[in-house]
Ligand binder design. Structure first.
Ligand code: CO
Length: 216
């Protein structure tokens, strides 16, 4: 079994380079973090959150799971959202999916993979009401890309419906929930056109955004 000495060696080089560039970098971060953004993304190794938005350590609070799913009983994700909103006071939550998502593809194909089927069920539930439109797309790749987009929109709404975000809006805390998607093939982010900043019209705004994506 290979050891991980090269990773530790890489770390030493990285830490030394950061220190050389900014001697106060680590002491400053060790004292406190003050990120302005919460990123909820996919665990996929090709979508490193900080890198794709050009942010340094300390600038992005991050939660990642397979297919960037926000479930109302997932204490892990809810705890991240609560800490980000209530303790760190982030003003933006970015739900970022990505094209070519293996989780979304597996959800669409429905081939049994084990325990993860239960997690991907949430993505299948998003596909179900749009199945006819999704199946009418010319290629499976286009169908899966569209489902990746619809999944982001649904997860934006789920974030907005958490007690944490509802309470923040009731208090008058400025908080915006954004839906973005990342392209593995070109490294570019796109805004999917769903921005929630308050309790009003969430369903209508969600449906308008979904209809736009589906060309309905
Ligand atoms: Co993915």
């Amino acid at each position: 079994m290979p050891d991980l000495a090269d990773l530790i060696a890489n770390n030493r080089v990285w830490a030394e380079r950061r220190r050389a560039e900014d001697p106060d970098f680590f002491p400053r971060l060790a004292k406190q973090q003050a990120p302005k953004y919460l990123w909820i993304g996919c665990s996929d190794s090709r979508v490193p959150a900080n890198d794709v938005v050009g942010l340094d350590p300390g600038e992005l609070f991050v939660h990642r799971n397979v297919a960037n799913v926000v479930v109302h009983t997932d204490l892990n994700c809810l705890s991240v959202i609560q800490y980000a909103v209530e303790a760190l006071g982030v003003q933006h939550v970015i739900v970022c999916g990505h094209y070519g998502c293996g989780g979304v593809q597996a959800a669409w194909r429905g081939k049994p993979l084990g325990l993860i089927d239960n997690w991907l069920r949430h993505v299948q539930d998003i596909a179900a009401p749009h199945r006819r439109q999704l199946e009418s797309l010319p290629t499976e790749a286009q169908t899966i890309a569209k489902l990746c987009e619809l999944n982001v929109l649904a997860q934006v709404v789920h974030v907005a419906r958490t007690t944490i975000v509802q309470d923040a809006w009731t208090r008058g805390q400025p908080l915006a929930i954004h839906g973005w998607i990342y392209g593995l093939e070109d490294g570019r982010l796109a805004d999917l056109g769903l921005l929630l900043t308050g309790q009003e019209n969430v369903d209508a705004v969600h449906m308008q955004a979904a209809d736009r994506l589906l060309g309905a």
